[in-house]
Structures are given as structure tokens and as C-alpha cells.
Design a protein around this ligand. Structure first.
Ligand code: EPZ
Length: 420
């Protein structure tokens, strides 16, 4: 199996171009199921999860041609409505075909996504909302069997918890429903906003975009006239590379970003003593004279994103003082802590709260990636650790970062992908 070998303490400098957002591309690929025509999607990130989702759509009968970061996809040819365990088990975001398939065909079977390393990841809120829209949902042999033979009907939905893919599933289902759907306590991440904007451009009447209350007027099962579009930049990839500048205390620029999507992250860098300068498409981080500790509570957008928690924990391990990180969204998202401790970090976990006491020096070690963002935290720690770090099970990393070792190498890191 591939592993990354990093020799720490190199000086980084330069700029890195940020790719399209994986978590925007996934629901938007699902939305092509609602389209009456083929279309081209640009700035598609070349990461494993996107390729898996395209494979799922192809299994259902869609056709596509993928070239560099552009895909021309025709989902009008879809003639199957079963998303099998084999593919869903490799990527739980496959659940994003549930809403569109049910809305378009009136029935579908989607394997229940299992949990994953960071938590149980239930989909009960997705299913409850679809039932309120008139769907009949049964769980049989590990599959969600959903039926709505006369189409879904508009309903007033309230999410007891903010759910990103839950909101996205219901937004897509509502787009083809009979009547109007109101979603209260919807997610408003930039990725959810782009899904709404693309559907609106396809003729769906949506009000409240960017707020927690959405009103969606369904098309009475008429397929949508989807136009070509470009995926927004990946705010988590951008934040991760800025963390590389922070942890090595070097100046570093990310380009092709939307700085507004990073506000909570940028404020935390400034609280730690770094200087941030932004233009409308770039953000640059400048070294801190003294890296201060940080207090973080993860929450929904526009608050501090859970997907950046692991990366900031890595920086906190070498800050001058004690940092507190409270992970409110997922019950098991501290697995990177034990690997950082193997590199010399001083971290104690008590329930959802991690206390990180900064130390002067991390040391290279053999460590194991456990989930996507934890993997990037280990890479960040390795960049500043003394000696060599080998990071194993980096298939986790490849799910959400395109050629991370190449991009870091171009910035001056000593990092190689080796065969284990
Ligand atoms: C999305 O996951 C992202 N994935 C995750 O990014 C991200 O960490 C998460 O949102 C939170 O921002 C994609 O967009 C593909 P949720 P999602 O439903 O939608 C609970 C990455 O690194 N919940 O917003 O699955 C759930 O357990 C990934 O790219 C229910 O209880 O997350 C969690 O505590 C990791 N029942 C909370 O809500 C449900 O039916 C938020 O989960 C659904 C969710």
C-alpha cells in the first residue's frame, strides 16, 4: 500500500492553486439525475470520492466523459434505481442519489451507508423528511427501499439537527415535487448554497438561499433544464494548505479561492498570531512572531468547520500554550490525536473536548491515517517534525485531496509517495 514519507523542517514558500470543492461536486453530480439534458461541469476535483460517485451514476445508466477537471455527463439515460452496497460502502455520500432518484422515478433502493471512522453517521433525518413528503420508506436487508409512486409532495420540513447532505437530499427531492416545500433549520454551507443556485438557474423557484429557511416550488416531476456550471473552490482544501503555512510558520498563498467562505478559519489564524491578507481570489498567511494557543468549538457554517478541526489540532501541538478544541458534530473525530501523541504531542481527550499543551518539537514517526481530515493533520505535523515521518493508509487522504504530495513538494516540502 502507498505511504507518504516526509522529512520535516523544510521551508515552504509560494502559492498553491485550490481545486473545486468535493462537497459541492458530490450533491451537484446527484442533481444531474434531475436534468432533462446532458451538461458540462467544470472545476471538478480529481479526487477518489468524485470518481466513485461518477462510477455510481454510470452503474445506474448515466454516461459521461471526463477530461482533466471537466466532465460532460448525461444522466437522462439512467434506467436503474438501485445503489448497491458494494459502491455505497466505499463512500457514504452515495446517499445523495436517494432524493433525486426517488423524485424522478418514484422508487429506488439505496444501501444504508454504514458509519465511518468519525462516527455513526445516521441518515434518519433524511428518511424522516422524505416520509413527510409522502415517501414510503422501508429498511430491508441493509437497504433503504423508498417509494413515492405518484411523486413526492411539498411539505413543511423541520430538521431537528442541521444536516448538510440531509438538506441537500431534500432540496433535490423538493425540486421535482408536487407543490412547495419549506425546509426549516436547513444547512447553509457554501456547498448547499451552490446546489440551490444551480437548481434555481435550472428553473426551480427557491427562496431563502444562504439562510436556514428554504422555500422550494417543485416542478411537478418535470425534469430540469440544467445548464453548464463551474464548481466553487474547496474551502477545506484551502484551509488545509494555509495550515501548512501556519505550522511551518512560513508565508504561503492559496489562489482561486473565495475568501468569504473561509472567514471563521482566517479569524482563528489571526487569533494564533498569524497575519492574513486577502484579495478577491487569493489568501496569504504570514508568519507569527509567536504562535499562540487557540480555542475552537466546531459548529455549522458560518462557524468553525469540523472538517478543519484536525488540522488546527496539529498546529496547536506546537503553539506556545494550552489550546482547547471542542468537537460538537461528530462523536469520534479525535483519532488523529493518538497519532499526534506518537509524534510527541501533549494532548488529553475528555469526551468531546481535547486539551493540547504546546511543546517545542514534534518527532517523526510511523503513523496511520484513520479518516480524510485526520490524514491531512498528520501530514501537517510531519512537515514540522524533526526527522522522518511515514504516513500509512493514505487512501483516506486521496478521497479528498488531489496530489497533495505534489502540491506540497512544489511549495518546498520534502515529501514522497512510496510503495509499501
Ligand atoms: C457533510 O457530511 C460533509 N460531507 C462532511 O465532510 C462534514 O464533516 C459534515 O457535512 C459536517 O459539516 C459531505 O458534504 C459529502 P451532517 P454529512 O449530516 O452531511 C447528525 C469531509 O471531510 N445527523 O451535516 O454526513 C450527524 O451524525 C466530510 O469531506 C443525524 O443525526 O454530515 C452529525 O452529528 C466528513 N441524522 C450531524 O448531524 C442524520 O440523518 C451533522 O452531520 C444526518 C446527520
Amino acid at each position: 500500500m502507498d505511504y507518504l514519507q516526509i522529512i520535516g523542517k523544510q521551508t515552504l514558500n509560494g502559492a498553491v492553486k485550490i481545486s473545486g470543492a468535493k462537497n459541492a461536486a458530490l450533491p451537484l453530480l446527484g442533481a444531474t439525475i434531475l436534468s432533462k439534458n446532458s451538461l458540462t461541469i467544470s472545476n471538478l476535483p480529481n479526487v477518489v470520492d468524485i470518481n466513485t460517485f461518477l462510477k455510481l451514476l454510470k452503474m445506474l445508466g448515466a454516461t459521461y466523459t471526463l477530461e482533466n477537471e471537466q466532465v460532460n455527463i448525461d444522466s437522462t439515460t439512467i434506467n436503474k434505481t438501485k445503489a448497491t452496497y458494494e459502491i455505497v460502502k466505499t463512500m457514504r455520500a452515495s446517499i445523495l442519489v436517494l432524493g433525486p432518484l426517488l423524485a424522478r422515478f418514484g422508487h429506488c433502493e439505496v444501501s444504508l451507508p454504514g458509519g465511518c471512522a468519525i462516527g455513526q453517521r445516521p441518515v434518519d433525518l433524511h428518511l424522516k423528511a422524505l416520509e413527510e413528503m409522502g415517501a414510503i420508506i422501508e429498511i430491508k436487508n441493509g437497504y433503504i427501499e423508498a417509494k413515492a409512486p405518484y411523486g413526492l409532495k411539498g411539505a413543511k420540513i423541520i430538521f431537528d439537527k442541521v444536516t448538510v447532505t440531509g438538506s441537500e437530499n431534500i432540496i433535490m427531492a423538493a425540486a421535482l415535487a408536487h407543490g412547495t416545500t419549506t425546509i426549516i433549520n436547513a444547512a447553509k454551507e457554501p456547498e448547499v448554497v451552490q446546489l440551490c443556485e444551480i437548481l434555481q438557474d435550472s428553473g426551480v423557484e427557491i427562496n431563502g438561499i444562504g439562510t436556514n429557511t428554504l422555500t422550494i416550488k417543485g416542478s411537478d416531476q418535470k425534469l430540469l433544464d440544467m445548464k453548464n456550471f463551474t464548481i466553487i473552490p474547496d474551502r477545506i482544501e484551502a484551509g488545509t494548505y494555509l495550515c501548512a503555512g501556519a505550522i511551518t510558520n512560513n508565508k504561503l498563498t492559496v489562489t482561486d479561492v473565495i475568501a468569504d467562505h473561509l472567514s471563521a478559519i482566517l479569524i482563528k489564524f489571526e487569533q494564533m498570531g498569524f497575519t492574513i491578507k486577502q484579495t478577491n481570489s487569493t489568501v496569504t498567511i504570514y508568519p507569527a512572531s509567536d504562535i499562540k494557543p487557540v480555542n475552537i468549538i466546531t459548529t455549522e457554517y458560518p462557524g468553525f468547520p469540523t472538517d478543519m478541526q484536525a488540522q488546527f489540532m496539529a498546529i496547536a501541538t506546537i503553539a506556545n500554550g494550552v489550546s482547547i478544541i471542542d468537537e460538537k458534530l461528530f462523536e469520534n473525530r479525535f483519532m488523529h490525536a493518538s497519532e499526534l501523541i506518537r509524534m510527541g504531542a501533549n494532548i488529553t481527550i475528555n469526551g468531546t473536548v481535547a486539551t493540547i499543551t504546546g511543546i517545542n518539537q514534534l518527532y517523526g514517526a510511523d503513523v496511520m491515517a484513520t479518516d480524510l481530515r485526520a490524514s491531512s493533520a498528520l501530514v501537517l505535523a510531519a512537515l514540522v517534525a524533526k526527522d522522518t515521518t511515514n504516513i500509512h493508509r493514505i487512501y483516506h487522504l486521496d478521497r479528498g485531496y488531489n496530489q497533495l504530495e505534489v502540491k506540497l513538494s512544489n511549495l518546498g516540502a520534502n515529501i514522497k509517495r512510496l510503495k509499501g
